[in-house]
Design a protein around this ligand. Structure first.
Ligand code: FAD
Length: 480
């Protein structure tokens, strides 16, 4: 267990689970809400990549805020450590126990509470799966402000707790802007009602922001209200290739200038990603098969006028080819072609884990430097591993994946701390959107000043004085 964090010892201040504890939880949640079955608990102990594995014996499945409150109040008094778990698709080891923490799964809290179809405001429980919410609001003529490859499993509560970015960030921005209200249960069981649906509210400190992106370390999110943009009728997707990284950058600027308001995604992948996707994803086709190109870009536009939008994209593509920015390109002619393009981009994570071991880095770097780290890493590591660079270029967010047949300490020592030092030198972020979790809790200083980290620790101590919520994650152990 905890192979990836052997340097962290179990904190002896935490109690061990007793049969009395289990009886108490049964009295609150009933038999179905208390999962002791070894197979089901084993699934909840391991993360999506199969990289982080805990040794919890207990999974709790509350069905209401009141139940979450009773669980936390009890765990706080008993000093039982807790891991909040949504869809368990997180990529930094934040959603699974490190040792024997009690897992509190939110999957049973999946009700839509209300939808204001004039203002597009959705209020729902935290355990709703993102894709289900998307389908629901689309039927009402709206879309979710975020979309990501894990949509079929991740929960909105998990998205908010990781401040997930994803594929629509370039158009609709961060969850800090789109979340209007939250209900959160604090470590001592206090229910903090911040569930407003107001666009504007400057009464004091905006506390909900503390919980957006705090990865379950300050409270359990139980309800959310989210602003959803109107669904626009015309979507077009283009798949392009570029001969070098400079052209990708210039293309981004050109897309911003000429597509402006209708630009809804600008994703880039190097050719290693395309090769990988073709090898490991079933049923996908390379839209530009004749191409030994180095880079690929997926551009999506979303607007209100079918023919105008398409003409605009076609003109942009033509001009970019004439200017030599784009080597080759194709615009999807129907939905199935468009989803094939998206499947390639969204399937890279899934294809990566099929290789065996994947070292994942999620970096914010100034766009002009963003690909340098991929090339440097390739030089450092040689041919024994595969180095991929892709991501949300429009947001300055690189996903650097290093694939190997198995995890080993030598490879890791070649990658870290180099990758963090390099990013820090560029004043970048060592976590653009995945969070710190267990993987990067001890690395926060590469992106945050000592004063900022100290203030975070003070906030953590104020809200969770016994440190029962998601221990060993987010902040360095030494300052808690
Ligand atoms: P989990 O993985 O269960 O938990 C994540 C963290 O949040 C943990 O620390 C957990 O303790 C905490 N948490 C979960 N629910 C709650 C709650 N209700 N209250 C308090 N804390 C809670 N991320 C991006 O930002 N952009 C992407 O484009 C993107 N693409 C992805 C593609 C794939 C294929 C995969 C597997 C992951 C991707 N991710 C991406 C990672 C992303 O962080 C998660 O997918 C998602 O936001 C996590 O939601 P979840 O419900 O699975 O949370």
């Amino acid at each position: 267990s905890a192979a990836t964090a052997t340097h962290i010892q179990r904190n002896p201040a935490y109690s061990e689970l007793s049969s009395d504890d289990v009886s108490y939880f049964k009295s609150v949640l009933g038999e179905t809400g208390v999962v002791l079955d070894a197979d089901r608990v084993a699934v909840a102990n391991v993360d999506w990549m199969g990289k982080y594995r805990g040794a919890s014996q207990l999974l709790l499945l509350p069905k209401s805020t009141a139940e979450v409150s009773k669980i936390l109040s009890y765990c706080n008094t008993r000093r039982l450590a807790v891991v909040p778990q949504g869809g368990n698709t997180g990529l930094v080891g934040g959603s699974v126990p490190v040792y024997d923490e009690v897992i509190v799964g939110l999957a049973g809290m999946d009700k839509i509470i209300s939808f204001d179809n004039v203002n597009g405001i959705l209020t729902c429980e935290a355990g709703c799966v993102l894709e289900n919410l998307s389908t629901f609001v689309e039927n009402e003529g709206f879309i979710m402000p975020l979309d990501l490859g894990a949509k079929g499993s991740c929960h909105i509560g998990g998205n908010i707790s990781t401040n997930a970015g994803g594929l629509r960030f370039i158009r609709y921005g961060s969850l800090h802007g789109n979340v209007l209200g939250l209900e959160v249960v604090l470590a001592d069981g206090t229910i903090l009602d911040m569930l407003t649906t107001l666009r504007k509210d400057n009464t004091g400190y905006d506390l909900k922001h503390l919980f957006i992106g705090s990865e379950g370390s300050l409270g359990i999110v139980t309800k959310v209200s989210v602003l959803t943009p109107a669904k626009l009728p015309s979507t077009n997707v283009a798949f392009l290739s570029c001969n070098d990284y400079t052209s990708c950058q210039k293309l981004l600027l050109a897309a911003r200038r000429s597509l402006g308001g209708i630009l809804s995604a600008f994703e880039f992948m190097d050719h290693h990603c395309i090769d990988l996707a073709m090898r490991h994803l079933e049923g996908v086709q390379n839209p530009l098969p004749a191409s030994p190109y180095k880079f690929y870009v997926l551009i999506e536009t979303t607007g209100s006028d079918e023919s105008y939008d398409k003409t605009k994209l076609e003109a942009f593509l033509l001009r970019s080819m004439e200017d030599g920015l784009v080597a080759d390109g194709v615009i999807a002619q129907d939905i199935s072609q468009a989803s094939n393009f998206w499947r390639i981009r969204e399937g890279i994570s899934e294809a990566s884990v099929k290789v065996g071991a994947v070292y994942k880095y999620d970096l914010s770097i100034p766009v002009e430097k963003l690909y340098d780290i991929v090339e440097e890493m390739r030089c450092r590591l040689g041919d024994s591993v595969e180095v991929l660079g892709y991501g949300h270029l429009g947001d300055g967010n690189l996903h650097l994946n290093i694939l190997s047949s198995k995890y080993d300490d030598n490879t890791l020592a070649q990658i870290e701390p180099f990758v963090y030092e390099w990013t820090s030198k560029q004043r970048g972020s060592i976590s653009a959107e995945h969070g710190l979790g267990l993987m990067k809790a001890e690395k926060i200083h590469y992106s945050k000043s000592p004063e900022a980290v100290q203030l975070m620790a003070s906030i953590k101590k104020l809200l969770d004085p016994n440190s029962i919520l998601n221990p060993y994650k987010v902040l360095p152990q030494s300052i808690l």
